[in-house]
Every structure is written in C-alpha cells, then in structure tokens.
Design a protein around this ligand. Sequence first.
Ligand SMILES: Cc1cc2nc3c(=O)[nH]c(=O)nc-3n(C[C@H](O)[C@H](O)[C@H](O)COP(=O)(O)OP(=O)(O)OC[C@H]3O[C@@H](n4cnc5c(N)ncnc54)[C@H](O)[C@@H]3O)c2cc1C
Length: 400
Amino acid sequence: MEKHELVIIGAGPAGMSAAIYGRRAGLDVLVLERGVAGGQINNTDEIENYPGVSHATGSELGEMLKNHALKFETEIRRVDDSKVEIRGDKKIVITKKGKETIEIEAEAIIVATGAHFKRLGCEGEAELIGQGVSFCATCDGAFFEGYDVAVVGGGNTAVEEGNYLTKFASKVYIIHRRDEFRADRSAIAQALANPKIEPIYNTVVEKIEGNGMVENLVIKNVRTGEVSNLPVAGVFMFVGQEPDDECVRGLVKAEKGGWIITNDHMETSVEGIFAAGDVRSKYLRQVITAASDGAVAAMAASSYINEQLHLRSTLLEPDEVMAFFYSSIDEAQVKLSNAVESVAKSKGVKVTMIDGYRNARMTEKLGLSDKLPAIAEIRKGVVEKVTTLKNEADIDGALA
Ligand SMILES: Cc1cc2nc3c(=O)[nH]c(=O)nc-3n(C[C@H](O)[C@H](O)[C@H](O)COP(=O)(O)OP(=O)(O)OC[C@H]3O[C@@H](n4cnc5c(N)ncnc54)[C@H](O)[C@@H]3O)c2cc1C
C-alpha cells in the first residue's frame, strides 16, 4: 500500500499552508485535491485583506499558494474524491480517480476540505442552477453584462460580490431578510455608495421563475407580508455556508451542521487526524485564518508523527522493554522518576523513561493511563506486567 507521513486533503489556503509548513519540517507530504488548487478563493475577483497582498484576484492568490507549496516539492495530486477510514490503528485515505481507487496509509491526516455556499432551497432554484442561478460572481458575473441581477444574503460575501457584479450588470438588487446588512462597515459603505446597487431589506425570495433561464423572482416582505415580482436575469446566492466534511463525516466529532471540532492544536477527536480552515468550527472563515490553521495543524502533525515514530521504535518494536511511565506535571512523580533512573543505573538495568502526560495517547493505548507512576514490562508491543509505584521503596522490587 502507498504510504506517506502526512496526507492533506484539500489544496485551499489551509491545505497549501499546511503543505508548506509540513515540507519545511521535513515531512513526506501528499496533498489531494478534487477541484482547483487555491480552493474557494478562485471564486472571487478581489482579495484585499490578506496581509502583505494588498490586492490580488482569487485565482492569482490561489496560484501563488500552489507555487509556494510546489517550491518545497509538495506532491499535489488531482483526485475525484477522497475519504478517510480507520482500520485498527492505521489511518487510510481512499482516493478515487475515474475508475481507479487507491488506498494510502498515512501517519497523520489534515482535513482541509473547506466549505461551500448553501442553497436557498426555494422553488425554482434547483431547476435553474447554471441558467441564471449562481453561487459564484467571478465565475458567472460576465454573463450578465447589461442585465439586472439580484444577490441574496447580507454578509460580507453578499455585499462584496454584489459590488463586484456592478462591473457587468446594469443594476444589482441585494435582497436581505433583515433590516440591515451584517457585513463589515467598509464593505457596506462601498456598496451603498454604488449607484447601481439597490438594497431590498426585510425580504425573502419565495420562488425563482423562468422558462429555461431566470426571468423573475417572487419576493416577500417579511414585515408587511406583501408579495411582489422582481424581474432579473440572474440571482446569486450568498446565504451562508456548509462544511465539505464528507470525507470524515461520522468519524470525527463535529458540531451541528458538520463543522469539525478541534482543539487549538487542530487535533480532532481522532488521534492523528487534524482539521484546518473553513471546515472547522471557528469564529472567522477567511484566507488568513485558514492559512494560520494549516500552519498549526502541520506543526502539530509533525510533532505527533515524530512522537509516534519515537515511541514505536523505543516501546513497541523491541523484543523486550522495561519502561517507567510517570506524569511530568506531578512533582512527586517527577521526583520518583529521578530515583528510578538512579536505581536502574546502579543495578545496570535499562529503563526507558516515558512522560505519560506528554505521551498520553500512547500511555492510554497501552492501558496505563490510570496506573501512573508505574513500571511496565513490554514484550513486542504487549504489556506483560505493570507495577504501580507508591514510593521510592517500591523501586527496587519493581526492577528486580
Ligand atoms: C466568493 C468568495 C469571496 C471570498 N472573499 C474573501 C476575501 O476577500 N478574503 C478572505 O480572506 N477570504 C475570502 N473568502 C473566504 C476564503 O476563500 C476561505 O475562507 C478560504 O478559502 C478557506 O480556505 P480552506 O483551505 O479552509 O478551504 P477551501 O478554500 O474551501 O479549500 C478546500 C479545498 O478542498 C478541496 N476538497 C474538498 N473536499 C475534498 C475531498 N474530499 N477530496 C479532495 N479535495 C477536497 C476543495 O476542492 C477545495 O479546493 C471568500 C470566499 C468566497 C467563496
């Protein structure tokens, strides 16, 4: 089976940043991508809030991120899809490309699969996707040169992309169900100063009508209940996001909606699986936070991999090992560890010292978490005898 130290799923800002940090940490990294490297930013024409890059189109920034990862000889592999499975204590990524299925074993996995815009769910939407219903202004805006269009939503993306669409459309209605937009003040000010933009507040879209192409929106004022028609040639949906979490759905803990829960090391609930970027449960979903998550995840994965390799070679692979497990945050246990070391030295016995606090996963795996401080005799990875030490007087007997 193909093996890599670190497999990163997703080549957006989080995945690319993880690849850069992973490669610089000397890891063997494989990135899997089912779309276009750069991720969601390919859908926008304007990035102005990534520090150091005062202006770039999304595809320019995506290309820069990809080239940066390639500079460190990252392998970026195009796949149709990928999924993670745990088999025993092995982590397997199953990729599909055409009819080919490849299984890859990874020491650690970073899930950096991002998110996508939600559908509105109103009548006519599904039928008219690609025929005037769009989720990407950069991709489709130019088709609406000289036409009136609508944007649905009130957050940053809706307001900024609405502004962008005025490059092409003769008029852009921004339909929002509340009485004011939720976007940044500067984005709102810019949009409202644009004569081509007309906000329609307190309003929802009930139906999208058109014969083969969008022609009309049936909209409803949620305050007055009044229903009216809004003739437009296109409608862009920016009404929130959903995570692209399918590759680990049901495997790692997630909050409602599927956003993956991690700690601040980007560790998920499954050992060796990390998550970074928009797919994670977090406060702010932007390029800068995705890139930051990717860097943290890669460094945490690197330390996890090194810890696993070290523990495997010192504890699990030798024929026989005597190891002392203690907790470095317990002063008495640290003192005891010094005593164990000196008694072992005087007796000529080799004892491997394992900080069970820092190596909690391995300690738990060996069934020793609740037995610290303890001397364990391990034969070919199997714990054969455990002696919990109450005090220094127990050391001599345990090492006999
Ligand atoms: C229209 C728009 C405008 C935006 N404007 C800005 C802006 O101005 N500034 C800003 O900072 N942010 C902006 N953002 C947000 C920014 O793009 C995201 O926060 C950022 O891209 C998240 O990065 P990510 O790596 O977590 O995920 P993504 O960019 O979503 O990348 C995830 C990648 O994973 C791939 N993938 C998913 N599932 C799989 C799988 N199973 N197997 C293989 N590959 C998979 C996807 O194809 C994708 O390429 C904008 C987003 C949009 C859509």
